[in-house]
Design a protein around this ligand. Structure first.
Ligand SMILES: C[S@@+](CC[C@H](N)C(=O)[O-])C[C@H]1O[C@@H](n2cnc3c(N)ncnc32)[C@H](O)[C@@H]1O
Length: 276
């Protein structure tokens, strides 16, 4: 297997489909996270910004809007379908942001190319995090900033595992989700991630816990919270009756989060700050 091959396949396949179709809903849900990243970027001068794992481009475009013509903003991602949407959105918005398809772990950046490197949930997926964060550190000018948002632990984010916890008794073959491996909770352990960043040559490393009040339409529960992720994968291999029971059980488990036609949940994250 080549570097990040499994993730590249995932983010150019089933995950891309979900993120492209659900772009407006997902960007609405994670708007508070994008706002926090923009606030952080604008705390200090930024002329050349890289958004790692930019996906469909919401954060790149928000930063580009906030900084205007004074800064160059680049989004980088391994997912072509997500980048295609990001480019179309930039064109529609008349934004100067650029998007490149590349693997952040291996891309040959010009040394010291960026003064600010950011990410909204795009840096937890590397096979070799030290290689990836070393590559990003080399891409950052001396004294430049890393400002990334990543998920804290599964225990801090019970909403995110609601479907799989409810469905587990009905899906005995569903693999349990893990932390500290490439995936949503890959950087949840602050001590481990601090070591990764230090080994990658970053300094001034700080982890600030940040919580975001997020909302999404209740109508999206089935499609986005149940039929994707670990439950969605496990549902591929079951009969129709089991499938219907799983969906009903998982749907019921979301009840505490449903308020009328809206789902409300807390996103427990780290703001990871470091300096090149
Ligand atoms: C959870 S999505 C977040 C997307 C976007 N930042 C957002 O918040 O809407 C994770 C993104 O990281 C990208 N990604 C995963 N591994 C990557 C890698 N090695 N290099 C670049 N992008 C990567 C995926 O393709 C995906 O777009």
């Amino acid at each position: 297997m080549t570097i990040n091959e499994a993730q590249a396949r995932f983010w150019n396949g089933p995950a891309a489909e979900g993120w492209v179709k659900g772009q407006a809903m997902l960007d609405g849900m994670f708007a508070p996270v994008a706002e926090r990243i923009v606030e952080t970027v604008t705390e200090a001068p930024a002329r050349n910004v890289l958004d790692v794992g930019c996906g469909t481009g919401a954060t790149t475009l928000a930063i580009s809007r906030a900084l205007g013509d004074s800064a160059a903003c680049t989004g980088l991602d391994i997912s072509e379908p997500m980048l295609a949407l990001a480019r179309a959105r930039a064109k529609d918005a008349g934004a100067t942001a650029q998007f490149i398809r590349a693997d952040a772990q291996t891309h040959a950046f010009a040394p010291g190319q960026y003064d600010t490197i950011v990410s909204r949930f795009g840096i937890m997926f590397f096979d070799d995090p030290v290689a990836a964060f070393s590559n990003l550190r080399r891409a950052c000018a001396a004294g430049g900033r890393l400002r990334c948002i990543a998920w804290r632990s599964m225990a801090d984010n019970p909403f995110m595992t609601t479907a799989e916890r409810a469905a587990a008794p009905l899906l005995p073959d569903m693999p349990a989700r893990e932390e500290d491996v490439p995936g949503q909770f890959g950087l949840a352990d602050a001590d481990r991630t601090r070591r990764i960043l230090a080994d990658s040559g970053w300094t001034g490393i700080a982890f600030v816990p940040v919580d975001f009040a997020c909302t999404m339409p209740a109508a999206a529960i089935d499609g986005f919270l149940i039929q994707r992720g670990p439950v969605g994968a496990a549902l591929q291999d079951v009969d129709d009756a089991t499938r219907a029971r799983v969906i009903e059980t998982a749907r019921a488990a979301f009840a505490p989060y449903v308020h009328g036609d809206e789902v409300r949940f807390n996103a427990a994250c780290w703001m990871i700050r470091a300096q090149a």
